[in-house]
Design a protein around this ligand. Structure first.
Ligand SMILES: Cc1cc2nc3c(=O)[nH]c(=O)nc-3n(C[C@H](O)[C@H](O)[C@H](O)COP(=O)(O)OP(=O)(O)OC[C@H]3O[C@@H](n4cnc5c(N)ncnc54)[C@H](O)[C@@H]3O)c2cc1C
Length: 370
């Protein structure tokens, strides 16, 4: 870069888990700039997410496994679901050969990734939205509040909207619009329940997990156009509806209604990976910006870290040579995911005539949007 303060080896747009992981992995060899739109963490608390045990290898590669283990994330317990059949089926976390995994303190998780990126020398600029992106004279040029920045490699890590790829004209395939409504409950001190509970019903599905710090998240997933969502926005109605299911009622015993019910779009949204080269040379996407999974898969954060590791390998070995391999790998991930997702939604046959289930059995990612 030799004195030119605005020329970088790689610019990553989006400072979430995927962008920060990729920046950390690239940094030992390259000058890396991460541009994050937000100034501060979002005001609304992040939904409690879980991470499978297999992620330990990826955390090790990022050099954060020891810090992660000390950060108070909660070890996952058994998963118990009322899904294919109308009675609970248990799956003990101990049967996972990679270990049980964790219920995350998501904010602490992201702070840890950010600190590691800074420690290895990544430059992170917060409050830096990007406008006017173009590939000219062999490099990417971006307008930012810092002025123009340039790099031969540009990465979209902007999350499920994939806003950079959209700006560059790439389209996405979206599944049926899925709304996640969720709220946080204080766990009564006597509660020992450590299970993840998943319950299918005619309108969609629920889950609840205990989080670090004495809280529990309760979430309901239903069609965006299902009028039930108006009623479920009321905390009392939300909790009462969940309690109609014995599986959830057991875990929610003694809990007061959440203070507030929040909503987030949560359906499948996949970039058309085959189109990546059309954006221009040296362009990649990682994490949700590439493949945003339905929360039923519980794979989003694992994919954020895994796609960052694959993207780092592709960039290290020269994108002109290795983009094809990256595309193939990500296409295989998307295909496997879509097959599993469809099979999962085909499970509860007792609801097969309900619009929510019909839509997902027919076309998990059929709608193309740009
Ligand atoms: C309801 C729900 C439940 C979930 N549960 C789980 C779970 O149990 N387990 C799991 O592993 N995953 C889960 N996920 C998925 C998980 O949250 C995501 O997969 C993960 O956050 C993806 O990380 P990311 O870095 O790709 O994107 P994000 O975390 O979305 O980060 C993107 C970053 O880019 C920034 N940004 C956006 N646009 C711009 C721009 N134009 N310029 C600069 N910066 C920008 C954003 O501010 C943000 O910081 C769930 C998701 C939902 C919606």
């Amino acid at each position: 870069m030799s004195g030119d303060r605005q020329a970088w080896d790689a610019v990553i747009v989006g400072g979430g888990p995927a962008g920060l992981a990729l920046a950390t992995l690239l940094r030992p060899h390259r000058r890396v700039l991460v541009l994050e739109r937000r100034d501060n963490p979002p005001a609304s608390p992040p939904i409690g997410e879980s991470l499978p045990g297999a992620a330990a290898v990826l955390l090790q590669r990022l050099g954060v496994l020891a810090t992660f283990r000390d950060a108070g994330h909660r070890e996952r317990g058994a998963a118990v679901s009322v899904w294919d059949i109308d009675c609970p089926v248990w799956r003990d976390a101990i049967v996972d050969p990679a270990g049980p995994g964790w219920y995350l303190d998501r904010r602490a998780f992201e702070q840890m990734l950010q600190q590691q990126a800074l420690d290895v020398g990544v430059t992170l600029r917060q409050g830096s939205p990007v406008s006017n992106v173009a590939h000219r004279r062999g490099e990417w040029q971006l307008e930012t509040p810092l002025g123009e920045v340039r790099a031969p490699v540009l990465v979209d890590a902007t999350g499920r909207r994939g806003s950079l790829a959209r700006q560059l004209g790439l389209s996405r395939h979206d599944g049926p619009p899925l709304l996640c409504l969720y709220g946080f409950l204080e766990r009564p001190p006597e509660s020992r329940d450590n299970t993840m509970r998943v319950q299918a019903d005619a309108h969609g599905w629920w889950y609840t997990v205990p989080l670090p710090g004495g809280r529990r998240v309760l979430a309901c997933h239903l069609d965006l156009d299902d009028p039930l969502h108006h009623r479920l926005r009321h905390p009392e109605a939300f909790l009462a509806t969940a309690r109609q299911h014995a599986l959830l009622a057991e875990a929610l015993q003694g809990a007061d209604a959440p203070e507030r019910i929040r909503g987030r779009p949560a359906g499948t949204s996949l970039l058309d990976v085959a189109q990546l080269p059309r954006a221009g040379p040296g362009f990649l996407a990682v994490g949700d910006a590439l493949l945003a999974f339905d929360p039923l898969a519980s794979q989003g954060l694992f994919h954020a870290l895994a796609s960052a590791a694959s993207a780092a390998r592709a960039i290290e070995s020269g994108l002109h040579r290795s983009l094809g391999a990256y595309q193939q790998e990500m296409q295989a991930v998307a295909q496997r995911y879509l097959q599993h997702l469809r099979a999962s939604y085909q499970g509860p046959k007792r609801f097969s005539r309900e619009p929510f289930w019909q839509r997902r059995c027919m076309a998990p990612a059929g709608r193309r949007v740009s």
